[in-house]
Design a protein around this ligand. Structure first.
Ligand SMILES: [Zn+2]
Length: 1123
């Protein structure tokens, strides 16, 4: 039947082209019009497939070329053409080939004074111009000059025609050659004048759409450098700035205002970053080749004024899939590459696995309680890079330290099972801080007399006042003991000593004295001499999680206007450098009215601060050491502030194209005064936060001529809690290398050595000369009987790593939760220790963390792209982490699960990435062939279990696709080379959750730590569900789980039944597009292709009102609402 219809249609179209009889042509047009007036677009596409476009265009050409063209035929023909043409991607090309452009232009010229006919011609031109190449051709043939004859200053007549003409002009200006022509003919100032005229007279906003189209014309033109120059010369910036400023809150003017902002942003003159060089202020003389940043790809902008090639966006480019990156080579997916080093080398790792050979003689009653593990250091240490084991510690359970053990008990007083799925924070959700209420304000309700632990803080308060302590002096405690040529440090040390007496000592797993001792040993590339107070003093998370920040409507526009105002009204702009790593110090007069900045401490990375206005600062972050990029992480100190005044900070050299700062995330702040008053906590803070592309570009001088790399601004306002305080601001809760070392020390001291086997080894030395710790946790054997030792030696391994990316401090907090849980007295932890050996590398990139890098190591390399061929002298931590894994595999003890903890800056929640050959091939659309692809699907089990257990975790964002670009990551290499099919990356959001019990809340450190503990519980349940699960383990677990039956039972059931459910990995919950455009170039803008229905509607309307009087238009348009 469809065939029959098809042939009927073809007959009709054929008759249309061949007939010269007016009546039959009109009849056919009538039939076609009726046919298309009902039904969906599918009909139109059907007609296009059957040659409808060609037939209509041919008829147009034939009719138009007659001695006196017949408008009875032409008008319905144009209406049909417009309707079909919009949906035919090749329409422009077809019109060009059939010479329909010329005849339409001629008809339009003839009808300049006959607006009804002219309107029809304009519709056709509008459709032709939707192809950029055809648009360029129309431009050559004088279409723009013609349109300028139609577009007049403000009038109430012929407005429909004028509007159609502005639409055609805007469409033509998508072509760069037309833009150039427009600039050369002075159309920029004409368009500005026209827009001004309409804007002034159209008080009732009746002709917003004409005004908008005029602006869209300008927006296209200013994508050219010459266009921007013409625009600036014509005072365009001033004109549009004043419109934006006066009508910012006028909702009804939205279509105009959004176009104004796009133009303002595009025309803000580009400038290089205010830095001498974008290369990091810190360098490190790495052995071997230093990985300098690759030359930047030249962007389109660089070429913009060259050549005339038009890129036709209607082509099939959009069919290119994102799946291009998927690994579809089955051989690469299946084959297991050979060992990347000599086999003998693996033996060195025996030394860090003494649990496999140690005889635990001290467990023999005759040795009594004298626990000494010194003998374990027996193997050939020489093979491990030099200076290994300086931190090798003996297991000692000092009774004096038992207080730590007590505190630890406090922190894990409830079993993890009772926290499943509900999360720690849910209990407190009802008391969640009211939006807009400063966390400090809520803290204040505690009263100054008591701290958050309910202890008396009057002492400290008095202490502070009596001694008139200089907050500056104490906020950056010096690390070094001796300071030649200075008396101040001595005082500082005294103050630190005094301070330590006031320390509340209630921060679990923290000890300032121990921290200072560790910080002294930490080696930075530049030799930091001070500690940041928060790391030294400690952080105690607020009791309630903080909600995400509601984005204030239009906030980005307000900020952009303030940026533009710097150019146009420079009277209040100070532009004074107040801090810089590159310029001589000090650079500020002491009495000046500005903030003091500092970042020369572990993980700090502010490079420069420029005071812009009294309470506004532009900040620049330091690039990763030996690199000129990766600015995202920040950590710096600011002091000398006034309380209750919002300070605006703009970090102007961010690089990511979008950020969670646009979706409710706030930076973190730590106040020294608050800490001394008993509230030592990092809290989320800041208002008026947004993240958008700015006008800074890579300076071509620093890149050898290449230009084009652009930057983004993160802006936020902070109201500090106290006058003359010292505060620290950071991208996320800092967790330094010295913090880790302190944490490990305390963990080691607080374990019960009769139950917990806890061992700290040095995996290797980093390039910067710091030890990379390797932690081993398992249960002590009950005795040194053969049975017990054999049980220990046969426990399967689990391997967990973290913080290969130094800016991902969230990964360290998750790791902290994992470590604390594994050594805890929780019955689940006990069972885990008795059945597994945990090998943990808590910080794979210590140097990066220490030196304030975001992504790289000291050699400027992303270490998580080095797992394929790591080299001992360039990427030692990766080389030896991989070596340890190789060693374990070589003795048949490869880990059951490998997981590398990371942080994610674009998504919310916590989720896993894994590896699946089948899912990858399936996603790429490859036919999966043969039995080669029998894949164990149990890689999905752990994420499914975590989805049920952990409040922050969601299966929805998990993915198991193997991408070519990730071939050298830990996850993929461990999966392929060691055959660990449960090899994962665990990503935790920097922001918070949009699902589950924590929905709408930002992560605090407690939620991240809880995730680390839940991960361990997940490993236990995974083991329970595995086929190899021993009867003894099952029995133990059953007793344990029975005790918590109500909590766990249904989870386990749901876990097992859900193995049949298979959610597509592609349905990831990416953020919805931002309310305000982060980018603004004409190419990337969300130019609403509303034209389909809009043009249809215009045509429809016109067809039914053929006899309309022009004067009626105004009333009609007024009824029309802005789309
Ligand atoms: Zn990462």
């Amino acid at each position: 039947m469809a065939e029959q219809e098809g042939s009927d249609l073809q007959v009709l179209l054929h008759t249309l082209q061949s007939s010269s009889d007016k009546d039959s042509i009109l009849a056919i047009l009538q039939v076609l019009g009726d046919l298309l007036s009902v039904g969906t677009d599918r009909r139109i596409h059907y007609m296009i497939n059957k040659g409808g476009s060609e037939a209509l265009l041919q008829t147009l050409v034939d009719t138009a070329r007659a001695a006196s063209p017949d408008y009875d035929i032409l008008l319905p023909l144009f209406r049909l053409l417009a309707k079909i043409g919009l949906r035919d991607k090749k329409f422009g090309q077809k019109a060009l080939e059939l010479e329909a452009l010329d005849v339409t232009l001629i008809l339009a010229r003839k009808n300049l004074s006959h607006s009804h006919n002219l309107l029809h011609c304009l519709w056709a031109l509008r459709v032709f111009a939707s192809s950029v190449t055809t648009g360029a051709m129309l431009g050559i043939n004088g279409a723009m000059e013609l349109l300028f004859k139609v577009i007049s200053p403000y009038t109430r007549k012929r407005t429909q025609t004028i509007r159609a003409a502005t639409e055609v002009l805007a469409a033509l200006l998508k072509s760069k050659s037309n833009c150039r022509r427009a600039v050369n003919r002075g159309y920029v100032s004409s368009l500005l004048r026209l827009h001004q005229d309409w804007h002034r007279h159209d008080m009732a906003n009746t002709y917003l759409l004409i005004r908008r189209e005029l602006l869209l014309c300008l927006r296209h033109i200013v994508t050219l450098r010459s266009g921007r120059e013409a625009f600036l010369a014509a005072q365009g910036l001033e004109t549009l700035f004043s419109i934006a400023q006066n009508h910012l809150d006028n909702k009804s003017m939205e279509p105009v205002i959004s176009a104004v902002f796009q133009i303002l942003r595009q025309c803000y003159p580009e400038s290089p970053l205010p830095l001498v060089t974008t290369s990091s202020a810190y360098t490190f003389p790495a052995s071997g080749n230093i990985n300098l940043a690759p030359p930047y790809a030249l962007t389109e902008e660089y070429f913009e004024d060259d050549g005339d090639e038009e890129v036709d966006k209607d082509s099939d480019l959009e069919d290119v899939k994102d799946d291009d990156d998927l690994e579809t080579d089955v051989n690469k997916l299946c084959s297991k590459p050979g060992l990347d080093r000599a086999e003998e080398e693996l033996m060195q790792y025996e030394a860090v696995c003494p649990e496999l050979s140690y005889s635990f003689e001290e467990l023999d009653p005759k040795y009594g309680d004298d626990l000494n593990f010194e003998d374990t250091q027996h193997a050939n240490h020489e093979l491990i890079p030099s200076a290994a084991f300086p931190r090798q510690r003996q297991h000692c359970f000092n009774p004096d330290q038992s207080s730590w053990g007590k505190e630890r008990e406090d922190t894990v007083h409830t079993s993890i099972l009772s926290m499943v799925k509900t999360g720690k924070a849910t209990v407190q959700r009802s008391s969640k801080t009211r939006p807009g209420m400063n966390a400090y304000q809520s803290g204040k309700q505690n009263g100054l007399g008591t701290d958050s632990f309910g202890n008396d803080t009057l002492d400290i308060q008095t202490f502070l006042e009596e001694d008139a302590w200089d907050i500056e002096t104490i906020s950056c405690p010096r690390i070094n003991a001796s300071f030649p040529n200075s008396t101040k440090p001595k005082e500082t040390n005294d103050i630190v000593e005094k301070l330590l007496h006031t320390h509340p000592k209630h921060i679990p797993f923290h000890d300032p004295g121990l921290y200072m001792a560790n910080a002294r040993r930490t080696r930075s590339a530049v030799g930091f001499k001070a500690m940041a107070f928060p790391d030294f003093w400690g952080h105690c998370p607020p009791s309630t999680p903080q909600p995400m920040l509601d984005r204030k409507c239009g906030i980005q526009r307000i900020k952009i206007l303030e940026d533009v105002r710097r150019l146009l009204q420079p009277s209040d702009v100070i532009n004074k450098v107040v801090f810089s790593l590159d310029e001589p110090w000090p650079m500020q007069d002491t009495d000046s009215n500005c903030l003091t900045f500092c970042s020369k401490f572990e993980s700090g990375n502010l490079r420069k601060a420029i005071q812009v206005r009294e309470f506004e600062y532009d900040l620049l972050l330091n690039a990763d050491v030996n690199s000129s990029q990766h600015q995202q992480w920040f950590y710096f100190k600011v002091s000398g502030m006034k309380a209750a005044v919002p300070y605006r900070f703009n970090i102007i050299n961010c690089e990511k194209v979008n950020s969670q700062f646009n979706y409710g995330m706030q930076p973190t702040l730590y106040s020294v005064k608050e800490a001394l008053l008993g509230r030592p906590a990092w809290i989320r803070t800041g208002s008026e936060i947004c993240y958008y592309k700015n006008h800074y570009h890579q300076n071509s001088a620093t890149t050898g001529g290449a230009s084009g790399k652009c930057y983004y601004t993160l802006t936020f306002a902070v109201t500090f809690p106290h006058n003359e305080d010292a505060c620290y601001l950071a991208y996320h809760y800092p967790y330094t290398f010295s913090t880790l070392m302190t944490h490990l020390d305390i963990l080691e001291k607080c374990i019960n050595p009769r139950q917990v086997y806890f061992r700290q080894d040095v995996l290797c030395q980093t390039l910067g000369g710091n030890p990379c710790p390797l932690v081993t946790i398992t249960a002590m054997p009950e005795s040194n009987s053969t049975n017990h030792l054999e049980q220990l030696r046969h426990r399967p391994y689990q391997m967990i790593t973290a913080r290969v990316h130094p800016g991902e401090s969230n990964a360290s907090w998750v790791m902290k939760g994992t470590l604390e849980f594994l050594v805890s007295s929780d019955p689940v932890a006990k069972l885990l220790r008795e059945n597994f050996v945990f090998k943990i590398i808590p910080m794979l990139n210590p140097d990066g963390v220490i030196n304030g890098n975001h992504r790289c190591s000291l050699s400027g390399e992303d270490l998580n792209r080095q797992w394929l061929f790591p080299q001992a002298h360039l990427q030692p931590t990766i080389y030896h982490a991989k070596g340890l894994l190789h060693y374990l595999s070589s003795i048949g003890r490869g880990p059951t699960v490998f997981c590398d903890f990371h942080g994610h800056s674009q998504k919310k929640n916590v989720f896993l990435y894994g590896c699946s050959m089948k899912e990858t091939l399936w996603q790429a659309g490859c036919t999966v062939g043969g039995s080669a692809l029998l894949e164990d699907v149990s890689y999905r089990m752990l994420p499914k279990i975590l989805d049920k257990l952990a409040p922050a975790f969601t299966m929805n964002s998990c993915s198991f696709l193997v991408e070519k670009s990730r071939a050298s990551t830990a996850r993929v290499v461990v999966w392929r080379e060691m055959g660990v099919f449960r090899s994962y990356t665990m990503e935790s959001s920097y922001c918070g959750c949009n699902q589950g019990p924590y929905q709408g809340l930002q992560f605090g450190t407690s939620e991240l730590e809880e995730m680390g503990a839940m991960f361990c519980l997940g490993l236990l349940i995974l083991e329970l569900k595995s086929v190899n699960c021993s009867r003894q383990f099952l029995a133990h677990a059953a007793t344990l789980l029975n005790a918590e039956k109500d909590v766990l039972d249904h989870h386990l059931q749901r876990c097992s039944s859900s193995s049949s459910c298979s959610r597509s990995t592609s349905e990831v919950d990416d953020e919805p597009s931002c309310m305000e455009e982060i980018e603004y170039s004409a190419e990337s803008s969300s130019d609403p292709e509303q034209s389909f229905s809009e043009l249809d509607r215009q045509i429809q309307e016109c067809a039914f009102n053929k006899e309309e009087e022009e004067e009626e238009e105004e009333g009609r348009v007024r009824r029309r609402s802005v789309p």
